[in-house]
Design a protein around this ligand. Structure first.
Ligand code: OVV
Length: 403
C-alpha cells in the first residue's frame, strides 16, 4: 500500500469559531485562511467539515444525493436534534419529496408572474428614490434597504396589513437559527413566540389577499399540485426567506457602492448596470454567507473522504471571493466584472426560488437612485449587523449629490 505523497495524511484543521462575533463582523481573513488550508478542512470547534473554495462548494451544492438537506441546512442534525420549527418543505427536504413542492413554487414565482409586478414596483422605487435624493443624507439601511422591500413584498404576497413589523425579526430568527447554540441564536429564539404566532396565522388561506403569491400557493393546492397541508408551510418559506435576504442584499450593495464612489459613477453614467452592480455586490458581500449540508454516504472530496452522517459547512461568501475562480482581484468590488455564476443564491435544485423577485426589487430601486444621484459617499461609520448566517449592516449613513 502506498499513500500519495502530495496529499496530507490528515485534513487541515482550523481552531476558529466561524460564528464568533469577530468572524461574523469581518469574515474575509478567516475565509482566506480556510481556502488556503485546502479544499476541505475540519472545524473541530463545532465538529464540522468545511469548504471555502468555489469549485468544491459548487460541486457539493450540485450533489444533492450525497450532500443532503433533509437533515437540516443548519448545524442541527435533524436525525438527532429536534428542529426549532417544523422543517421547511423546500430548504430542508430532498428528492423525491422536494421535487413536486419545488415545481409548484417555480410556478408561483415564475419570471412571467414576477414581470407583472414591474410597473407597480417601479412606481414605489421612483417615489422612494425621489424622496431620498431630496433629503440629501440618509441611512441606506433604515431609510432604503429596510423600506423598499417592505413597501412591495408583503403586498405582493397578500399579507395582512397589521403585524408586518414581525417580518424582519422572523427572518433574523430563521437565519440565526441555522447557527450553533450561541448568544445570537439564544437571543433570537427567546423572543420568538409572538413573531411565530403572527407568521403562522398569516400563512392561512383566509389571511391572504386574492391575487398574491400566498393565494397562488393555495390555488396550487386546490389544483392538487401540492396538498392543503403543505400550502401554509410554503407561504412560510416566502416569509422566512423573502424579506431579510433582500434587505441585506440592498444594504450590502449600497455599502459597496458608497465605499467605492468611482463604482457609483459608472452606475450613474449607465443605470442599466444596476442589475450587474447587484450581482457583483452579492458576490463581493454575500447576504447568505453559509449553508450546511449532511453527508448521506461517504463523500469523496479532493482526495479525502467525509464520513457518512457528517455535517458540512459550505462557505458561499468565501467561494464568491475565491481567487482560484475570480482571479487575483477577487476581493475588489467592480461592477464591470462578470459576476454571474456566483453562489450567493446557491446552486442546483435548491437555488433560490425567489431570485427573480429579489433581482427585480434590487434592479428597480438601484436604477431609480442611479439616475438621480451623481455621487454617493459614506457620511459616517457603518454599523455591522451580526447574524449567524446573514452578513450585513444595521446602519450605512450616506450623503448623495443630485444629478
Ligand atoms: C431562512 C430560509 C432560507 C431559505 C428557505 C427557507 C428559509 C424556507 O423556509 O424554505
Amino acid at each position: 500500500m502506498t499513500t500519495p505523497t502530495d496529499l496530507p495524511a490528515t485534513l487541515p484543521s482550523l481552531p476558529d469559531d466561524p460564528f464568533d462575533a469577530g468572524v461574523l463582523t469581518d469574515p474575509y481573513p478567516f475565509h482566506r485562511r480556510l481556502r488556503d488550508a485546502g479544499p476541505l478542512a475540519l472545524l473541530p470547534r463545532h465538529n464540522l467539515h468545511a469548504m471555502g473554495r468555489f469549485d468544491e462548494v459548487k460541486a457539493a451544492l450540485g450533489d444533492w444525493a450525497t450532500f443532503v438537506s433533509g437533515r437540516g441546512a443548519g448545524l442541527a442534525d435533524f436525525a438527532r436534534d429536534k428542529p426549532w420549527r417544523p422543517p421547511s418543505l423546500l430548504l430542508e427536504a430532498d428528492p423525491p419529496a422536494h421535487t413536486a413542492v419545488r415545481s409548484a413554487m417555480n410556478g408561483v414565482l415564475a419570471p412571467r408572474e414576477i414581470r407583472a409586478l414591474r410597473a407597480g414596483f417601479t412606481q414605489v422605487a421612483e417615489e422612494i428614490a425621489q424622496h431620498l435624493v431630496e433629503r440629501g443624507a440618509f441611512d441606506a439601511v433604515r431609510d432604503l434597504a429596510e423600506v423598499y422591500p417592505l413597501r412591495v413584498f408583503p403586498d405582493a404576497v397578500g399579507l395582512p396589513a397589521t403585524g408586518r413589523e414581525n417580518l424582519l425579526p422572523y427572518g433574523s430568527l430563521a437565519f440565526n437559527a441555522f447557527g450553533p447554540d450561541n448568544e445570537l441564536r439564544r437571543a433570537a429564539l427567546a423572543s420568538a413566540a409572538p413573531v411565530q404566532d403572527w407568521i403562522l396565522a398569516s400563512c392561512q388561506r383566509d389571511a391572504l389577499a386574492p391575487g398574491g403569491f400566498g393565494a397562488r400557493i393555495w390555488a396550487a393546492a386546490d389544483r392538487g399540485d401540492i396538498t392543503h397541508e403543505q400550502a401554509p408551510m410554503l407561504v412560510r418559506s416566502l416569509l422566512s426567506a423573502g424579506v431579510d435576504t433582500t434587505v441585506h442584499g440592498l444594504a450590502n450593495t449600497m455599502y459597496a457602492l458608497a465605499s467605492h464612489p468611482g463604482q457609483w459613477e459608472l452606475l450613474h453614467e449607465q443605470p442599466r448596470l444596476a442589475a450587474f452592480a447587484f450581482d457583483e455586490a452579492l458576490r463581493w458581500e454575500s447576504p447568505v454567507q453559509t449553508f450546511f449540508r449532511t453527508t448521506a454516504r461517504d463523500a469523496p472530496v479532493a482526495g479525502a473522504v467525509i464520513p457518512a452522517g457528517s455535517k458540512v459547512l459550505l462557505f458561499l461568501g468565501s467561494a464568491n471571493r475565491d481567487p482560484r475562480r475570480w482571479g487575483a482581484d477577487a476581493d475588489q468590488f467592480d461592477v464591470r466584472r462578470r459576476a454571474a455564476g456566483h453562489v450567493a443564491f446557491g446552486m442546483g435544485i435548491h437555488q433560490c426560488v425567489g431570485q427573480p423577485l429579489a433581482r427585480l426589487e434590487a434592479e428597480l430601486v438601484l436604477a431609480a437612485l442611479a439616475r438621480r444621484v451623481r455621487r454617493v459617499e459614506l457620511a459616517g461609520t457603518p454599523v455591522p449587523r451580526l447574524n449567524n448566517t446573514l452578513k450585513g449592516w444595521a446602519s450605512v449613513p450616506v450623503r448623495v449629490e443630485p444629478a
